[in-house]
Ligand binder design. Structure first.
Ligand SMILES: [Mg+2]
Length: 362
């Protein structure tokens, strides 16, 4: 049976009853209001805790534990589309992960549609296309969905007025996608070096025709951008607040975790007291867009990713099958940590296991 998951989101009483059936490894204390005390004294907590996992502790939603992928053919035959996250799945930094070209070729030869989705908004579709090409992968721009593209696609989907402007806190990828979509914008890298001189009586002017502020990962984030975006959101009637993603951390180097796009979004959220509309994972906007664009049923999609709180949640929120690969940020102990409530249907080491697991079942 491929679909062993059984998502439940019900009252605590019902969850306790269901937990005994679906998540035997998870102690019942998680459902009895004793989480804090028990977790503090649980030795495994310190081994596998992470911000992501802690943030999901209060979520009384559980699934059956993830199963190791044993029969790749069965999974491949059960869907028509594979959505792949990129970093940690296809590549790591600038290095291709072993066996990726052969795996993608095999899936294409079986007539599967391949889509690549990333929360990284620093590049446009075209720029990502170049990265795939540099790594020797033949992927068309139309198969790539970055959150920079999602921001522009969202504005298009709501018929954002062409006479309004978009203020961008983020990098080049967002600007390029807005330009391609025909929107006027300001900000972005150009505001990276701007400083504010706080003389007595100083007042910052802002463009009253800004109708949306888009916030993404920005390595030149500064107080000027925070204040400009805040003024637009707070003072321009109806101004939208859009986030490409709210990732807590990103992996700029392999030595440590770095503050992610969520840190920039959090600053604007703090100053405006508004919550953004998120267009990247795990929001379902991109999933809905893809399903509509390619006319596919979400149940015919398998989401493959290396992060539980973005990729796997994205797949689950969209009603897709989910496969976690352990070639990126999530380790097996993190997946199996009692605190982790996000369970994919399957997990495996890397996507090229599709080839070996396939051979083993012949
Ligand atoms: Mg990833």
């Amino acid at each position: 049976m491929l679909s062993s998951s059984c998502r439940v989101s019900v009252s605590i009483t019902a969850v306790v009853a269901t937990a005994a059936r679906t998540t035997p490894k998870i102690p019942n204390f998680r459902f009895l209001g004793l989480k804090k005390f028990q977790l503090a004294s649980n030795p495994s907590f310190s081994r596998c805790k992470s911000r992501m996992e802690v943030s999901h502790l209060a979520n009384f939603t559980t699934r059956a534990s993830a199963q190791p992928l044993k029969n790749a053919d069965e999974l491949i035959d059960s869907v028509e589309t594979f959505i792949f996250d990129c970093d940690g799945v296809i590549w790591k930094g600038d290095s291709l992960i072993d066996g990726v070209p052969e795996t993608l070729d095999m899936l294409r030869s079986k007539g599967k549609r391949l889509v690549f989705v990333t929360n990284n908004s620093t590049k446009s579709r075209k720029q990502y296309g170049k990265k795939f090409e540099t790594l020797g992968l033949s992927v068309s721009e139309e198969e790539i969905f970055a959150s920079s593209f999602a921001a522009a696609a969202y504005l298009k989907s709501i018929d954002f007025p062409k006479d309004k402007k978009v203020y961008v806190i983020g990098e080049e990828g967002i600007l390029k996608e807005l330009e391609l979509a025909g929107f006027q914008y300001l900000g972005g890298p150009e505001d990276g070096g701007k400083k504010i001189e706080l003389k007595p009586g100083f007042l910052m002017e802002h463009d009253e025709s800004v109708g949306a502020v888009v916030v993404g990962f920005d390595r030149n984030f500064n107080y000027y951008k925070i204040q400009y975006g805040t003024l637009c959101i707070r003072e321009n009637p109806g101004c939208l607040f859009i986030a490409t993603n709210r990732d807590a951390v990103t992996h700029l180097t392999d030595a440590q975790e770095w503050a992610g796009g969520g840190s920039m979004v959090g600053a604007l959220s703090g100053s405006t007291q508004r919550e953004p509309l998120v267009v990247g994972k795990p929001s379902t906007f991109m999933m809905d867009y893809l399903a509509n664009e390619f006319n596919i049923l979400k149940s015919q999609i398998c989401m493959v990713g290396d992060r539980l709180d973005t990729d796997i949640l994205f797949g689950q929120n969209g009603g897709c099958k989910t496969l976690l690969v352990l070639s990126g940020v999530t380790s097996l102990p993190m997946l199996q940590c009692p605190n982790n409530s996000i369970q994919p249907e399957f997990y495996t080491n890397k996507i090229s296991d599709f080839l070996s697991l396939k051979a083993a079942t012949v």
